[in-house]
Design a protein around this ligand. Structure first.
Ligand SMILES: Nc1ncnc2c1ncn2[C@@H]1O[C@H](COP(=O)(O)OP(=O)(O)OP(=O)(O)O)[C@@H](O)[C@H]1O
Ligand SMILES: [Mg+2]
Length: 211
C-alpha cells in the first residue's frame, strides 16, 4: 500500500469535513475525487499530499508518518498541480519549470526539460515571463513544472477547469502518459468528461470517503 489514511476527524473551526473514514491509494493508481462544491475535495487532496494535518493516522509505504518524518516524506515524494498555476512573475517560463529541481539541489537535464515542454507545446515560450502567457499556456507551464520535479506522486486539483476541451483533453493525455510511466496521480475533478482516464473513482458523501 502506497498511502493509507485512517481519519478520525478533520474539522475546521466551525465545520467537520470528515468523520471516521479511511482511504487507501496504491502505487500507479490514477484516482479521481468527486463530490459537490465545498464538501472537502481540496481538503482531502491536501491531507493526502501532507499539506493538511488531521486527527488520525497517515501511512506512507506502511510507515506511520509523524511530525518528524512528515516534511521529508512530502518533499521526496509529492508534486502538486493546483487550479492556479502559481508562477513566479519575475522568473522566465524555463526558470519557473526548473525551480523545484533547483530547490531540491537536483540536477537539471535541459534536454529532458525541453522534451516535456515540447509535449506540452510550450517549448517556444521558455524565455517569456508569466505575464505574457495566456491562461491555458500558464497552466501548461505549471504542468511542466510538476512533471519536471519528477516525484512519485502528482496531486492535482482541477487543472482543466479553465481550459477549453481540446486543451483539457491534452492535459489529461499527458497526465495519463505520466501515469503509464509509473506515477501515481490523485486528481480532483468536477466533470465526468474524463472518466475513461481513471482507474479508480472516489466520492465524498456525508463526511465519508466512498471508494
Ligand atoms: N482553512 C480553512 N478554514 C476554514 N474552513 C475551511 C478552510 N479550508 C476549507 N474550508 C471549508 O471546508 C469546506 C471544504 O472545502 P474544500 O476546499 O475542501 O471544498 P471542495 O470540495 O474542494 O470545494 P470546490 O469544489 O468548491 O473546490 C468548505 O466549506 C470550506 O469553506
Ligand atoms: Mg476545491
Amino acid at each position: 500500500m502506497l498511502i493509507k489514511l485512517k481519519i478520525n476527524e478533520k474539522s475546521f473551526p466551525n465545520k467537520t469535513i470528515f468523520k471516521d473514514t479511511s482511504l487507501e491509494i496504491n502505487e500507479k493508481d490514477f484516482v479521481v475525487i468527486y463530490g459537490e462544491s465545498g464538501i472537502g475535495k481540496s481538503t482531502l487532496l491536501n491531507m493526502i499530499g501532507l499539506i493538511n494535518d488531521f486527527d488520525g493516522e497517515y501511512y506512507f509505504n506502511d510507515i506511520l508518518i509523524e511530525k518528524k518524518n512528515r516534511e521529508q516524506t512530502r518533499i521526496n515524494n509529492f508534486s502538486y498541480l493546483f487550479q492556479d498555476p502559481y508562477l513566479i512573475p519575475y522568473l522566465s517560463v524555463y526558470d519557473n519549470i526548473v525551480l523545484p529541481l533547483k530547490n531540491m539541489k537536483a540536477d537539471v537535464d535541459k534536454e529532458e526539460i525541453m522534451g516535456i515542454c515540447k509535449r506540452l507545446k510550450i517549448d517556444e515560450l521558455i524565455e517569456r515571463k508569466p505575464n505574457k502567457l495566456s491562461g491555458g499556456e500558464a497552466i501548461r507551464v505549471s504542468i511542466a513544472r510538476s512533471i519536471a520535479a519528477n516525484k512519485r506522486i502528482i496531486v492535482v486539483d482541477e487543472p482543466t477547469g479553465n481550459l477549453d476541451s481540446d486543451n483539457a483533453e491534452s492535459v489529461m493525455n499527458i497526465l495519463k502518459e505520466e501515469n503509464s510511466k509509473g506515477k501515481t496521480i490523485i486528481m480532483v475533478s468536477h466533470s465526468k468528461e474524463f472518466e475513461k482516464f481513471f482507474n479508480r473513482i472516489i466520492k465524498i458523501e456525508n463526511k465519508k470517503i466512498i471508494c
